[in-house]
Each structure stands twice: as structure tokens, then as C-alpha cells.
Write a protein that binds this ligand. Structure first.
Ligand code: UTP
Length: 289
């Protein structure tokens, strides 16, 4: 029997150095794309995939991420008193079931694999999703929903993948590919940040995963990988051969919002999707061309 997917881990303990000084006192995941913080896009995408329980792996200076999903009593009371119905409605996506979001602390950012291991008590024996909020996906069917569907079909680990230019393989986790039907790819191996000449393909993992709980046992060994960090990719690689492991070429466009250019591009792409903004954005863009 395939266990239902109900849990998601949101690792948000990184330092966000590429966005200093903005991230000196604010979490990178609170940066907005148009008018919504990255963390809220991730939570809404997860909910749309049937996720009910969330674990944020946080670090210092990340309290706003938790506050964002709490009731802001004074704000809401003031808006109600002033009859600001539309403004109140904008807060809807920030509401959460009591007890549905827990946090664990990763005191030292030792790497993504270490961050996931910090959520081990939350994960228990269940399959779980991971969403990296700085990867934003614009898609008709939310990206994690696509992965959850593939998980139901394959019954094992599924990661979202996309082609990257060969000269960029040293920025990502890269797949060694087995059978490939054009959409679903059998994963034969995984390498974190290989040099272009050593990369087994140019198919890269993006920040959406559905993983089996056995990955925690491998991460617990705390082996250091690329960049002397505990790499999630290395832990996942140990599952291959023992459990089904697939890459899914998801439908949609991914924006790497942990990077300035990706972040700026996401602002434009998401604004152009908004009926209240698209015309004005198109008009001002023309003046810069
Ligand atoms: P990044 O590689 O983007 O690192 O992490 P970062 O620290 O957030 O940003 P830069 O590179 O310094 O600008 C990818 C994801 O993994 C989380 C981050 O919060 C982000 O969601 N992460 C990374 C952790 O939670 N802990 C870590 O030790 C490392």
C-alpha cells in the first residue's frame, strides 16, 4: 500500500548571502514576488498537493516566517473595524490550521542534508515532501501536485528536474539517467555540483522533492560532500537501487529566486500573470527597451 503524502519540510535556515544586505535582518524567504512572500507561495503550493502538516527548519532571525502564518489579531481587528474587506481577504492564504506548522531549529547551517535531518522527528516513518521556497514554479498544475501524482504512480522517491546549460552543472544536483519516457526519468545516480566535464547529464534537480523516510538514516552519518556541507543529494543517492527513484520533467517554469536575476525575472513573469497589473507592467517595460 502506498502511504498518503501529508507532510512537507520547508528548509529555511540558509544565510541568504546572495541577497545581502536585504537578508541581514530579514529571511530571504520573506522577500516578496509581487506582493506575496516566497514562503507563502511554497505553503500554498504544498496545500494544493494535499499537504496538511508543515515543518519549517529555521535558524536565527527567521521568526517572521512563523509569524506570517499566525493570526495578526490587532491588524485584523483594525481592518474589520474600518470595513477593509478587500485587505482582510488578502490575508486568507496566511491562515493555517492550529498546530499544522511546527518548527525545528538548525543551529548551524551545515547544509541542506543536515537541515532535512533536523526534521527527523517530524518525518517519522512517513513519506514527505521538501519545498525550497526560493525555487518558484509558475505552472497550471502546481509543481508539487505533479510530483505527488507521480509518487502515487511509482510508489517511491520523485524529484522535479529540468534541463540546465551544461556550463551550469556545477550549481546543481545532477542526474545519471536510466530509462526515460520523456516525462518520467529513472534515476541511476545523483551527483551534487559536478564540473561540466564530469556531469553525467544536464538534467538538474530543482527544489521540489517527494522522499521516503529512509533517507534520514543515510543523512544521519553526517558525511560531508560538495562545499564541505552535508548534502541532501548524497543521502538521496544512497536510496537508489533499494527503492524506486524517478525524476519528473514537470510542466511549468522555474525561477531561481535565490539568485538576483532569477528573482527579478520572477517579478516580471508573475506580474504579467496578474490581470490587475499586466497592462501597466507591459507598458513600463516598453519604456526600458
Ligand atoms: P542555498 O544554497 O540557496 O543557500 O540553500 P542560502 O544560504 O539560502 O543562500 P546563499 O547561497 O547564501 O545566498 C538552498 C535552501 O536550503 C536551505 C536554504 O534556506 C534554502 O531554502 N538551507 C541551506 C538550510 O536550511 N540549511 C542549510 O544549512 C543550507
Amino acid at each position: 500500500m502506498i502511504k498518503p503524502l501529508r507532510k512537507a519540510v520547508l528548509p529555511v535556515a540558509g544565510l541568504g548571502t546572495r541577497f545581502l544586505p536585504a537578508t541581514k535582518a530579514t529571511a530571504k524567504e520573506m522577500l516578496p514576488v509581487v506582493d506575496k512572500p516566497l514562503i507563502q507561495y511554497a505553503v500554498e503550493e504544498a496545500r494544493a498537493a494535499g499537504i496538511e502538516q508543515f515543518c519549517m527548519v529555521t535558524g536565527r532571525g527567521k521568526t517572521a516566517l512563523v509569524e506570517h502564518f499566525d493570526i495578526a489579531f490587532e491588524l485584523e481587528a483594525t481592518l474589520r473595524e474600518r470595513n477593509k474587506v478587500e485587505a482582510l481577504a488578502l490575508l486568507e492564504g496566511t491562515q493555517s490550521e492550529p498546530g499544522s506548522i511546527v518548527t525545528v531549529r538548525q543551529q548551524v547551517p551545515l547544509g541542506l542534508g543536515h537541515a532535512i535531518w533536523c526534521a527527523r522527528a517530524f518525518i517519522g516513518d512517513d513519506p514527505f515532501a521538501i519545498l525550497l521556497p526560493d525555487d518558484l514554479v509558475l505552472a497550471d498544475t502546481p509543481c508539487l501536485r505533479q510530483l505527488a501524482d507521480a509518487y502515487r504512480d511509482t510508489g517511491g522517491n520523485v524529484v522535479a528536474v529540468t534541463e540546465v546549460p551544461r556550463e551550469h552543472t556545477n550549481r546543481y544536483g545532477i542526474l545519471q539517467i536510466g530509462k526515460d519516457d520523456g516525462r518520467l526519468v529513472e534515476v541511476k545516480g545523483l551527483v551534487e555540483k559536478p564540473a561540466p566535464k564530469d556531469a553525467p547529464s544536464n538534467l538538474s534537480i530543482i527544489g521540489r522533492y517527494v522522499l521516503m523516510p529512509e533517507v534520514i538514516g543515510h543523512l544521519a552519518k553526517m558525511e560531508r560532500g560538495a562545499g564541505n556541507e552535508v548534502q541532501l543529494t548524497d543521502g538521496m543517492a544512497k536510496l537508489i537501487g533499494n527503492q524506486p527513484f524517478h525524476g519528473l520533467r514537470f510542466e511549468g517554469r522555474r525561477f531561481d529566486c535565490g539568485d538576483k536575476i532569477g528573482f527579478l525575472e520572477a517579478q516580471i513573469a508573475f506580474a504579467l500573470k496578474r490581470p490587475d497589473l499586466a497592462d501597466a507592467v507591459r507598458a513600463f517595460l516598453k519604456t526600458y527597451m
